[in-house]
Design a protein around this ligand. Structure first.
Ligand code: ADP
Ligand code: MG
Length: 692
């Protein structure tokens, strides 16, 4: 009978005890399974060290030597400790700041390993604040002469201790690890048993085995996660939803009801939605399209279908101003034409209470066909007679629960979620393999183009001058800062301070506004409204401007300290301009110091294609940072990376599809183990799918 590693507390392993167990818990290690899955964050090849004399300046390397001297200088501003380390070939200094206790740690004659960037200071070599590890005679076999794992640490737990503990637990328990991947798939994909892989991850025999082992656990993770995604879809497909009647004449009538003709991509998305809505299973579709690509018109189509079928529709947006914009667009585009019998209302938190009450009543009685609003829609008092179509705009601004709350107001309604953050295909597959996707990959014609420039910060005065000139000719502009307040960081210009400055100097006589995240939503909405009505010429802002505001007359944007912004963020910001017929100009002001930030600015200057930018962003930053915390899914992937390991992902997905087709309940043979593991790892995914 194999031991259940998840139920074997780490505290009872020899050499741990209550005190160490507490410290280990800081690393997320409570039981033996946790420990075995605590992977090194890097490795050091200590099978041979670079002799000090052969070190390459500017590169990060590992050396081993003996401490020859240790000096401290506690009178200097940042209290330095400096150790001289020597091997047969030469000497190097290690320097540490503000860790005075190190003076006691380094003993002359002690063997030590340093890992860090090699610099030259004066005439000698040094490493500034390198990682160090004292080597003792007793457990050399784990710490020297091999590829050595380097783990994330917490105070009171050393590398040496962790390696010893890991080694002990591997010897005792690795054999008890259970293979979640069925053995037929293991054979087909040439995957080693899990116990061997875990061993190779901690104490690799060489880097080839180590890579193979890492690929294997990535495969396992992708495999399990894909099973969840596929089963979730399976669950949706098998629900009974609302069957809408959609005939082709309605589609034609709709498409020709606008003062403009729809783009091919918009037509295609409308056809997708028509197809979904006419089926008896609930639609779950994501509509992706860059800012300004015209998603709203597509969403309105579903609302029309819903109303024609005697049902109700809802559109939820993350801010009041966006909800208002949708409502306004609805009135403008549909409100007095062919579809004017569709009754729409706006519900936001600033809607007067009396009006709210009337809306609640009318919704319940089915007298309103389409309600457009914000979070205010989530309140319990909002109830429908027969909700059949749900639109969630800027879906990543809402939590999973909020989306669920809204849909629960109907009985398996059709759902359209919209996003202006383009999602590259691989990532989409990983996260949303259970959604259908429509993409709007072209902008409506007749838009002026956006030209993007990058200048160093010293060019700011000339750029302000340009903004002023344009403002005097009637073109509105944005000036964006990374910070609200100068006190946050003295080296950066900030929105509040520059707002005051501009009114006195560069933009004297012009109407300047300010919005930032520390204002209440109401305050910032008011300013935005004024800007929209052209009661302001120039708007100084922070990134709260990001979300889909549509002001066609705003055609210049200056982003200061542009190197401080993320790539997608820059792109989203820039999407606020170029929404009218005039040419627009985006100026990035900044002095990038890192290669990464230089690449970011270059990418924004080079292309306005949101998908290209997203791919680039993912490459630079990795998926974890791409979406922020709300996007569950990415956070679940701990051992795999859908960008760099796409081939593994595709294989795992293929196998997951075959397996779930054969055994959707995961009841057959080894599949029970899959079910149990999934239930443990992704509980909130599966409670929807598998009962019992
Ligand atoms: P987003 O995809 O950012 O939500 P919107 O739906 O707000 O874009 O559309 C932006 C603007 O473009 C709106 O004013 C809308 O009326 C207009 N628009 C949408 N589709 C077209 C089209 N095919 N041709 C011209 N203008 C369009
Ligand atoms: Mg929009």
């Amino acid at each position: 009978m194999p031991a259940n590693l998840a139920e074997t507390p780490i505290q009872f392993i020899k050499g741990v005890g209550p005190a160490k167990a507490k410290l280990l818990a800081n690393l997320g290690v409570v039981n033996v399974e946790d420990l075995l899955y605590l992977f090194p964050h890097r490795y050091e090849d200590r099978s041979q060290f670079t002799p000090i004399a052969m070190l390459r300046v500017g590169e990060t390397q590992t050396i081993c030597g003996e401490i020859i001297a240790c000096r401290r200088n506690f009178y200097s501003k940042n209290r330095t400790v400096e150790a001289t380390i020597g091997d047969k070939s030469g000497r190097i200094a290690g320097v540490w700041f503000n860790q005075p206790y190190l003076d006691k740690v380094f003993k002359v004659g002690q063997e030590v390993v340093l890992y860090g960037r090699v610099d030259v200071f004066g005439k000698r070599l040094q490493m500034v604040v390198p990682d160090f590890e004292l080597i003792s005679a007793e457990d050399r076999s784990l710490n020297m002469g091999r590829i050595v794992p380097v783990y994330p640490l917490t105070r009171g737990i050393t590398q040496r201790y962790l390696r010893r503990l890991m080694d002990a637990c591997l010897n005792l328990y690795a054999g008890h690890l259970q293979d979640t991947i069925p053995h037929l798939i293991r054979q087909k994909r040439n995957l080693n048993p899990i116990s061997q892989s875990i061993h190779e991850i901690h104490f690799p025999s060489d880097f080839i085995h180590q890579q193979k082992a890492l690929d294997r656990v990535a495969f396992e993770e992708f495999f399990l996660f894909q099973i969840c995604v596929i089963l979730r879809r399976f669950n949706i497909v098998h629900k009974i939803g609302i069957t809408h009647q959609v005939n082709s004449s309605l589609i034609e009538q709709y498409k020709t009801s606008f003062p403009f003709s729809l783009t091919t991509a918009q037509s295609k998305a409308i056809a997708d939605i028509a197809g979904d809505m006419s089926q008896n299973r609930p639609m779950l579709r994501m509509l992706q399209g860059d800012v300004g690509s015209g998603k709203t018109v597509v969403a309105f189509f579903g609302c029309v279908v819903s109303q024609k079928n005697g049902n109700q529709a809802v559109i939820m947006a993350p801010t009041e101003i966006l909800a208002q914009q949708h409502f306004f667009n609805f009135q403008r585009l549909l409100g007095n034409g062919t579809f004017k019998d569709l009754k729409a209302a706006l519900l936001i938190s600033s809607t007067p209470l009396k009006e709210k009450k009337t809306i609640y009543q009318n919704l319940k009685e089915g007298k309103i066909d389409l309600i457009i609003g914000t979070h205010a829609l989530l309140e319990e008092t909002v109830a429908f007679k027969n909700l059949s179509f749900v639109v969630i705009d800027e879906q990543h601004k809402f939590g999973v629960n909020q989306r669920a709350l809204l849909t629960a107001k109907g009985s398996n309604p059709d759902i359209l979620i919209m996003t202006a953050t383009p999602i590259p295909r691989t990532l989409c597959l990983t996260l949303y393999g259970d959604l259908d996707v429509s993409v709007i990959n072209e902008l409506p014609p007749g838009r002026g183009g956006i030209k993007t420039y990058h200048f160093p910060l010293v060019k700011a005065p000339a750029v302000y001058q340009k903004v002023r000139e344009l403002a005097l000719k009637g073109t509105q502009g944005y000036i964006i800062y990374p910070l609200v307040d100068e006190s946050e960081n003295l080296d950066l210009k900030a929105a509040k301070d520059m707002f005051i400055h501009f009114q006195k100097f560069e933009f004297q006589g012009l109407r300047v506004g300010l919005v930032h995240g520390q204002m209440s939503r109401q305050e910032s909405d008011e300013v935005m409204q004024k800007f929209k009505k052209h009661e302001l010429d120039i708007l100084v802002a922070t990134t709260i401007l990001e979300v889909g505001i549509d002001i066609p007359n705003a055609n210049i944007m200056v982003i200061e300290h542009a190197e401080r912004f993320g790539l997608s963020q820059l792109h989203q910001l820039r999407g606020r301009i170029g929404r009218g017929a005039q040419n627009a100009m985006c100026v990035l002001l900044g002095d990038p110091v890192t290669e990464e930030s230089r690449l970011r600015l270059e990418a924004v200057v080079k292309t306005t294609d949101g998908f290209k930018i997203a791919e680039q962003d993912l490459k630079i930053r990795g998926p974890g940072h791409y979406f922020g915390r709300h996007q569950h899914g990415l956070n679940e992937l701990k051992m795999s990376n859908p960008i760099t390991q796409i081939e593994i992902l595709e294989k795992a997905r293929e196998d997951a599809i075959i397996l779930t087709q054969r055994d959707p309940q995961l009841n057959m043979g080894e599949n029970n183990l899959i079910k149990n593991t999934i239930k443990k790892r992704y509980p909130h995914y599966l409670d929807l799918i598998l009962a019992g």
